[in-house]
Design a protein. Structure first.
Length: 365
């Protein structure tokens, strides 16, 4: 029965259950504090006069030893030597407080502050492989690797849950974007340096947006493989492209050989044309001068000049034909002798100027 239930009599929870027996008083707070103080002094060698009384525990010296160990541990845990390659991230009660630069540094002991070291100069790398579609809807398997360093120790440790997994996903997304904007031929035999540079820029931009504390130094395409289903067709395409390049090279070699010859012939023809032009111009100028002289002679003696021009013209015409015309003194018939046919190899006689010249010559004989 509870002490305050009816019929239970006067019961006191501090008493012994009787109504008028010895009552148990509540504990004295001052007495409890005094006893705790005595025990603490006994633990660390305290007491009156610095001596242990008889029967007192010899734990005082051990207490000082423990205190010294605690102090040494606190000092040891507060001094940190940060290497030149490292950075120290200080956590105060689990929250990032500051970054420790290289050299000797002091912090508060744990669990107040904790230091996490990270090598920020080490070149780390990850590799991955993924199947991707090109712009012309061909499937290729890309084996790529990413090299990186830590640019921000605090961001690398705490801004993303798993930095390397995040980097792998971001790099794969960037490579997919680059491969998806090229054809299969470009991916296989194109300028890979351009592809990898573009993939690195895209990867770095995405990581900066995540504040991952990662600096990407290189994205490298280690191997680009086409699936087995289209490998034969792709090999044929590669061979055709090689044949095309070979034919182009042969054509260029032929052009480099023929072009100088053609230029030489063109220069020779041009020079001949220039010479012909000069000769024609000179001949025309000479004819013009001769005609001017003839005009002057004609003005002085028209009949003589006319006769001379006629004789020169007939001589020029008759000298170019292997025919001989003989005019008879009597009759109107003229004898025609093709001497070049009658006598093979016969010399063509000099042309006769006119009949008056022959008559004059006969009279002279």
């Amino acid at each position: 029965m509870a002490w305050n239930e009816p019929g239970g009599g006067r019961r006191n929870p501090w008493g012994d259950g009787g109504g008028g027996g010895n009552r148990q008083e509540p504990p004295d707070l001052e007495e409890m504090l005094r006893q705790m103080k005595q025990r603490f002094n006994a633990l660390f060698g305290g007491g009156k006069g610095g001596r242990r009384s008889e029967g007192e525990s010899p734990a005082g010296g051990l207490g000082w030893v423990i205190l010294g160990v605690v102090v040494l541990w606190a000092l040891f845990d507060s001094v940190h030597i940060i290497d030149q390659r490292e950075r120290g991230v200080v956590l105060r009660f689990g929250e990032v407080d500051r970054i420790l630069e290289p050299g000797p540094r002091l912090t508060l002991p744990r669990p107040i502050e904790e230091v996490r070291r990270l090598d920020v100069t080490q070149v780390r790398s990850i590799s991955a492989e993924a199947a991707m579609l090109t712009r012309d809807e061909n499937l290729v398997s890309i084996d790529f690797a990413v090299q990186y360093t830590v640019s921000d120790a605090s961001a690398f440790l705490f801004n993303v849950r798993d930095p390397e997994v995040t980097l792998s996903h971001v790099a794969e997304s960037a490579v997919r974007q680059v491969i998806g904007s090229r054809t299969l031929d470009d991916v296989q035999i194109g300028n890979r340096l351009e592809f990898t540079s573009e993939a690195r820029e895209i990867t770095q931009k995405l990581l900066d947006s995540y504040e991952a504390g990662i600096a990407v130094s290189l994205v490298n395409f280690q191997e680009v493989v086409v699936p087995e289903q289209v490998k034969d067709a792709f090999d044929d395409a590669i061979k055709a492209r090689e044949d095309q390049q070979r034919i182009i090279n042969e054509a260029r070699a032929y052009a480099s050989k023929v072009e100088p010859e053609a230029k030489g012939r063109a220069a020779r023809i041009q020079q001949e044309a220039e010479a012909y032009r000069e000769s024609v111009v000179a001949r025309a100028e000479g004819d013009a001068q001769r005609f001017a002289l003839l005009v002057q002679e004609y003005r002085r003696a028209p009949e003589v000049t006319r006769k001379r021009l006629y004789l020169e013209t007939m001589q020029d015409v008759l000298s170019r034909t292997p025919k001989v015309l003989i005019d008879k003194d009597q009759g109107n018939n003229m004898l025609y002798l093709p001497l070049d046919k009658l006598v093979p190899g016969a010399a063509v006689p000099p042309p006769v100027s006119d009949r008056n010249a022959q008559m004059s010559a006969g009279e002279g004989r």
